[in-house]
Design a protein around this ligand. Structure first.
Ligand code: FAS
Ligand code: PHB
Length: 416
């Protein structure tokens, strides 16, 4: 019995397949997962809990994957999924439950009360920690993850017996499987391996990016602050009571080397009102990076025996804190469909996966686009656009319905 109480079965067939892998023979497994980010790792965990065997192929090292700083906010549905996966112990110990968020527009403030308006909360717990918890669980169960797998390529996924090839330490390998899950992010090989005629994509690239900085200093506010200021958007977030994360909107062509810590703190202070700026605790950056903003969706999310999940299928601007949560939602649907296939020999779940996932994806795309349009200084904006932004902000203050819609979308009430 494992620490989380889940009993896992290693059938004789699974043991012999593991031995084949050791010998470098043509390998057989049930599901090959490409990518060991949060989507791939959670899918592997959920399938393992149903006795479905997987192999995860990851291009980078585990240390590299853990070194990426990304999302910070988990919807209630994501927390529940991680609980079902048996990996939520640290999340409940260290995660910070938030019941609301503050919006600012040219210094005026408005708090959106998630609990009162939507009866839900969010949890602040870094994507890095989620990935760490999932990696630890997979390592503890001895399930195969091949890190630094090179030249991964997908074959015959339009038939009943797809194969995946890769090179590890100069040795070529081939895995025969039932299904492939493309969880390899926006720049992965899975979506790229689909014939262009079979795929429809939709995209918006925003004319600005987010310069993010992590600092080992306590946050000055108990909740997140999203600020629309004449100089540009700013976000005050956190990872723990001792570690804060901040973002400022920058032009697309901005260079990271032009942003000293001092310049970052000075710009952030300018986008917060005087009283807040004085409470801001600054220090040396633990991490600093610029991320572009894009809305992107690939349809459908299934091609025969290949399924796309997470950033491999869609991207949202981080303004609505949806990227990681969407990836987790995809995986919850895909894992349920695949488990149903193996346990009940029913294809209903996998047949419905793409349409059900896309309904949630487009709801999150709309909300993330709306939050981005509301809160950023749009470079080509005229006076009309700025006044519409102000009117949107004012409506949130006088209309419970408008504020409730934001609370429901931000906490992921849609489609759960
Ligand atoms: P990921 O990209 O996390 O993981 C894909 C994995 O596949 C990677 O480990 C990659 O190395 C691997 N891979 C790629 N190609 C491969 C190949 N050919 N073979 C094998 N493996 C391969 N979301 C938020 O909600 N809030 C945020 O603040 C936020 N900030 C972000 C900042 C940045 C810079 C980026 C890029 C994204 C951010 N996101 C944010 C979104 C992010 O959190 C994603 O939604 C989340 O990482 C999605 O997880 P995955 O789908 O697992 O994709
Ligand atoms: C973060 O803490 O990194 C974060 C929080 C909320 C967002 C985006 C990023 O909308």
């Amino acid at each position: 019995m494992q620490p989380d109480g889940i009993v896992r079965r290693r059938t004789n067939a699974a043991k012999s397949r593991a031995a084949e892998r050791e010998r470098g023979d043509k390998i057989r497994t049930q599901v090959v997962i490409v990518g060991a980010g949060p989507a791939g790792l959670l899918l592997g965990r959920l399938l393992e809990n149903h006795g479905v065997e997987t192999v995860i192929l990851e291009r980078r090292s585990a240390a590299y994957v853990l070194g990426r700083v990304r999302a910070g906010v988990l919807e209630q549905g994501t927390v529940e999924l991680l609980e079902r996966a048996g990996v939520a112990r640290r999340l409940h110990e260290d995660g910070l439950v938030h019941e609301g968020v503050e919006l600012r527009f040219d210094g005026e403030r408005h708090r959106v009360d998630f609990r009162a308006l939507a009866g839900r909360t969010v949890t602040v717990y870094g994507q890095t920690e989620v990935t760490h918890d999932l990696m630890d669980a997979r390592a503890a169960s001895g399930t195969a993850t091949v890190y630094e797998a090179e030249q991964v390529s997908l074959h015959d996924f339009d038939g009943a017996s797809p194969t995946v090839r890769y090179v590890k330490d100069g040795v070529g390998h081939e895995i025969v499987c039932d299904f492939i899950a493309g969880c390899d992010g926006f720049h992965g090989v899975s979506r790229a391996g689909v014939p262009a005629a079979a795929l429809q994509t939709f995209e918006r690239v925003y004319p600005f990016g987010w310069l993010g900085l992590m600092v080992e200093k306590p946050p000055f506010s108990d909740e997140l602050i999203y600020a629309n200021h004449e100089r540009g958007f700013a976000l005050c977030s956190m990872r723990s009571p001792h570690r804060s994360r901040y973002y400022v909107q920058v032009p697309l062509d901005e260079r990271l080397e032009d942003w000293s810590d001092a310049r970052f703190w000075d710009e952030l202070r300018r986008r917060l009102d005087g009283e807040t700026a004085q409470r801001l605790l600054t220090g040396p950056a633990l991490e600093k990076s610029i991320a572009p903003l894009r809305s992107f969706v690939a349809e459908p999310m299934r091609f025969g025996r290949l399924f796309l999940a997470g950033d491999a299928a869609h991207i949202v601007p981080p303004t609505g804190a949806k990227g990681l949560n969407l990836a987790m939602g995809d995986v919850g649907l895909l894992a349920a469909g695949l488990a149903e296939f193996y346990e009940e020999r029913s294809e209903a779940g996998i047949d419905a996966y793409s349409s059900r996932a896309l309904a949630r994806v487009w709801a999150a795309e709309r909300f993330s686009w709306w939050m981005t349009s509301l809160l950023h200084r749009l470079p080509d904006a005229d006076g009309f656009t700025r006044r519409i932004q102000r009117a949107e902000f004012d409506q949130l203050r006088w209309s419970q319905a408008a504020a409730r819609a934001l609370a429901e979308n931000y906490t992921g009430a849609f489609g759960r």
